[in-house]
Design a binder for this molecule. Structure first.
Ligand SMILES: C[S@@+](CC[C@H](N)C(=O)[O-])C[C@H]1O[C@@H](n2cnc3c(N)ncnc32)[C@H](O)[C@@H]1O
Length: 205
């Protein structure tokens, strides 16, 4: 498997090149802030860093049939790393911001052009531009969310939505999900673009 051969320095160097012209921070108008707030969208941007995405990959189920979903996928970095460093057949991200979504698509197209072999055997890496509270989660079994800045209302809504999706067996969230019915398995530290955070890992027994 290519992911075993290419080492972390090469990965990080390559990904830095792919993302060199992207911009995560966005200036929103007051009207957009109000619109997003009312829709349950938290627009603060930040990213999980490469070594910590590896920690999540280490903890999660590697069964090829798992479907990984990043709730609020931003520029798509975490979803892309999971796609490149596991053998999961389906990885998806849902992001409300059209600007972030479009930049993520550009990055993914670049990787597909450079390394089409990752897409062999029907593997897919899908991005949906929508509010993840209303979008179709497409049979996701592993849910990840870099939820540090999410409101309590949004965290509760995420937990409620997961409770309605019995196929979800693992959840990684940077804030506790108060309404979630899955048991908490462990809590571990992760590094993000702004600082360190805790990752709450819930899993079916
Ligand atoms: C902190 S960033 C995380 C980026 C990426 N997932 C990572 O781990 O590096 C959170 C993202 O969630 C998005 N977001 C927040 N609420 C959302 C919602 N209800 N639906 C879709 N996206 C949302 C924001 O626009 C932002 O891009």
């Amino acid at each position: 498997m290519i992911s075993k051969i290419i080492d972390d320095e090469l990965y990080q160097g390559y990904l830095a090149k792919v993302y060199q012209d992207t911009q995560g921070y966005q200036r929103y108008s007051l009207a957009e802030h109000t619109l997003y707030k009312d829709a349950g969208i938290c627009i603060t941007y930040g990213e999980l860093l490469y070594p910590s995405a590896k920690k999540i990959i280490h903890e999660m189920s590697k069964d090829q049939n798992e479907v990984f979903l990043d709730l609020g996928s931003g520029l798509g970095k975490c979803a892309l790393q999971v796609f490149m460093q596991t053998e999961l057949r389906r990885v998806l991200g849902i992001e409300a911001s059209k600007e972030l979504h479009t930049q993520a698509l550009t990055a993914f197209n670049q990787v597909k052009s450079d390394f089409p072999s990752f897409w062999e055997e029907g593997r897919s890496l899908t991005l949906i531009c929508d509010n993840f509270l209303h979008a179709d989660w497409q049979d996701a079994t592993i849910v990840y969310s870099c939820s540090t800045c999410f409101t309590q209302e949004l965290l509760i809504a995420i937990g409620n939505k997961i409770n309605q999706q019995p196929q979800v067996k693992q959840v990684f969230s940077f804030r506790p999900l108060p309404s979630l019915k899955l048991p908490l398995k462990k809590v571990f530290a992760v590094e993000c673009s702004w600082d360190s955070a805790l990752c709450f890992f819930y899993a079916k027994r």
